[in-house]
Design a protein around this ligand. Structure first.
Ligand SMILES: [Zn+2]
Length: 297
């Protein structure tokens, strides 16, 4: 379904049309949304969390099948399901400030908000009697964010909070299925909106990596193509007093992001450089020696 009507608040949203089949008879009739997994992927929403929405709104039991299909334990027609999904998109996906669908649901202790990666705002999700059961469910289920979600706060003010902390946007963006490419494109967007350069991006990513390891760090760093990447990393480690992590990071990046000869060349260039930070230089040289010894064997 390509919602292309400009009168429609979500005309920008392109999504797949629901594909349905029905199985069983009478009391055992089940309606199956065959492409449910794909829909969740397009909406960037967790399969379980969206299935609970269907269950609450339809007052029916649901289950997610082995092929990521949604099984609804009763006969349902397509318009009803499509309408339910539309309600979800309207209230739990579309950014309240810029009407873009690139959002993530945030939860603090009392409220839900939508954090938008297109405009950077965090807008409140309004509780209505229609959705309060689902609202409560999400409040309990979602991890708590350290961003304060404020109701009816001027857009500019919210943006200021977000601007000071693009790391939070990145952190919230990464989940189990995020690829290095996804993250790279997200970073490009942040880069433009925040007027950052590749070094700033590499710095933020490294800072996040040393505090919460994530498995697409190397893959993403490779795509960023930051100049002096190793010096940038050293700067972040010194600033965060994590000098000891330098050999782990060099080992992670070796071959997958930077070739070994370039690493060794960089290590040699640091040899007589004792004026900056002795501790990290020592670790770097130990790693260089280890690397050469391993190669000689
Ligand atoms: Zn927005």
């Amino acid at each position: 379904m390509n919602i292309n009507n400009k009168e429609d608040p979500f005309y920008r949203y392109k999504m797949s049309e629901i594909i349905l089949t029905t199985e069983g008879k009478n009391q055992n009739t089940r309606t199956i949304i065959k492409n449910y997994g794909m829909i969740c992927k397009e909406l960037k929403r967790d399969q379980e969390l969206l299935s609970v929405f269907f269950s609450h709104q339809l007052c029916l039991r649901t289950n997610i099948g082995q092929n990521h299909e949604l099984i609804i334990f009763k006969e349902c027609d397509k318009p009803t399901l499509q309408e339910t999904l539309k309600e979800y998109i309207k209230h739990f996906i579309m950014c309240k400030s810029c009407n873009n669908p690139e959002t993530k649901i945030l939860s603090d202790s009392k409220m839900l908000g939508l954090s938008c990666s297109a405009c950077g705002s965090v807008s409140e999700i309004i509780i209505t009697s229609k959705f309060n059961k689902y609202y409560d469910y999400l409040l309990k289920k979602l991890p708590k964010t350290n961003i304060t979600i404020k109701s009816n706060v001027a857009h500019v003010e919210i943006k200021k909070i977000e601007l000071s902390d693009p790391e939070v946007i990145i952190k919230n963006f990464i989940n189990d299925t995020t690829t290095g490419r996804d993250l790279y494109f997200e970073l490009q967007r942040i880069k433009v909106s925040r007027e950052l350069n590749d070094n700033d991006i590499a710095m933020m990513l490294t800072k996040l990596y040393i505090t919460n390891k994530f498995n697409i760090y190397v893959e993403t760093m490779k795509l960023i193509k930051c100049k002096n990447i190793l010096d940038v990393i050293v700067g972040v480690l010194i600033e965060n007093k994590k000098e000891i992590m330098i050999s782990d990071i060099l080992e992670e990046l070796r071959d997958d992001c930077i070739n070994e000869n370039d690493i060794l060349e960089w290590i040699d260039s640091k040899k007589d450089n004792n004026n900056n930070n002795n501790m990290i230089n020592k670790y770097i040289q130990i790693y260089g020696k280890w690397l050469r010894d391993t190669d000689d064997e």
